[in-house]
Design a protein around this ligand. Sequence first.
Ligand code: AMP
Length: 553
Amino acid sequence: MKYSILTKTYQELEATTKRLEKTEIISELLKKTKDLEKVIYLLQGKVFPKWDERKTGISSRLVLKAINSATGVSTNNLEKEWVKKGDLGIVVEEQIKKSKQTSLFKTKLTMDKVFDNIQKLAELEGKGTVTKKIQHIIELLTSAEPEEAKYIVRTLIEDLRIGVKGGVIKDSIAKAFSKESKEIEVAYNLTNDFAEVAIAAKDNKLKSLKMKTGKPINPMLAIRVESIKEAFKAVGTPALVDQKLDGFRLQIHKKGDEITLFTRRLENVTKQFEEILPTIRENIKLTECILDSELVGYDPKTKKHLPFQTISQRIRRKYDIEKSAEETPVEINLFDIISKDKESLLTMSQKERRKVLEKVTKEETRKIVITKKLITDSEKEVEQFYKKSLKDGHEGVMIKSIESEYVPGRRVGGWVKLKPTKENLDLVILEAGWGEGKRSNWLASFTLACRDKNNLLTIGKVGTGVAEKEAELTFEMLTNELKPLIIEQKGKQVTLKPRIILEIGYEEIQRSPTYKSGFALRFPKVIRLRKDLGFEDIDNLERVKKLHKSQIK
Ligand code: AMP
């Protein structure tokens, strides 16, 4: 397939904001194409499924260099244009239009070529990698038409700007192959790969899609409740009450001695937590299974559990892994089992799944345990358990329906969570400002936004809670995270791709006309960087309103 067919689709998608029209456009392409896999990935601006370990590792800087080589325009001038236009894709499109090269000697770009070259970027390693990566990009840009170059660059910097999220892809696959959206969603939650789902839908094989040990599935999520009464109403009685531990979600896949670990966002973190693999091998009496757990840090001296931020650094760590494992050891707290010897346990009840889990686990304190549970229909007992859980330093409790199936990826109500009401918000950084004086090399003030469906609405600015040096979170660290995400710079203010999520504490939520959400935070303070969260986890306006209301009472 010619790449131009895809770029034409991109253009059409960019030209409409209507979800139905987008669905129509994509489903037409899906019906036509012979290469569903690549089309689906490229429509999402990707070349790998999201759980794949391979990453292209391309910064805007590197793309800038490649554009410079391909067009002969200095990086300085390119940067100026970039600031003006706010989109590197448009910059390259205009430069290629202007460049004198005729398209006479150009070979027509195929989708395969674009896909393969971008995928190859992830495989390059060792000496001279940067040069080779640039070479691959130049090769694409020099054979691209202006319009094509625009989308190649946007794909490279992971900012396709065609307004296509998972929901639209899901509906388009359903429409193209005459399936229910719900069927597509169920299949997606098992595989986390729209390409695989689309192929199965086309071949009428959705039902035979199975989860596979080694490929992560979307974890089950919980709805928030404000009281035990509300919890009982949601999950029924008796209910299974669990401590809600302050660590991070870990999905454990065991296939013989081979173990793979995934975070809630399906990132593979096996290498980062290698020290716990022998424990899993020795203490889980099953050849093959998928387990659900919370990984909790503890103090190596006192053996007491520690809050999440003490181990959060370990999730991304690439070097000194052994040292960090000694300094901040972790305990596996199992709370569910999703499959057993290739058999899916998704439709088994919570109560039965817990029984299986208890049967196959050999517990060992500070290595691998099952979360403390209580099965009760007494509000008073839950109250006591909740208080004790908080006293022991946990976040609160999870209250689970004993009859509930394991429903991947959805907040369906089989699980609810109860935490103290003075709640932090998880907000995304939309804009930032360069600091003054000794902070002038850093981004030092951050404009935050909450979510309203797929839109982001500003809710305040924060500068406190970040340190100048030697701390959990410094301005330098945040600046390094944010720099590659800059879309546009005006004076001292930069607009960013909304990727970095901060947990924010505050004194109060107030109504405010200043921000788009209609609310502002009084005395906001950065509590921590939440690299474990993604777009869907950004707190929504609904929640802000609810918290605002609960303050008034
Ligand atoms: P939240 O992050 O506030 O939406 O709460 C949901 C998260 O709590 C899950 O994704 C888990 O990481 C964590 N969690 C802690 N303890 C448990 C538990 N016993 N059962 C389920 N999830 C738990």
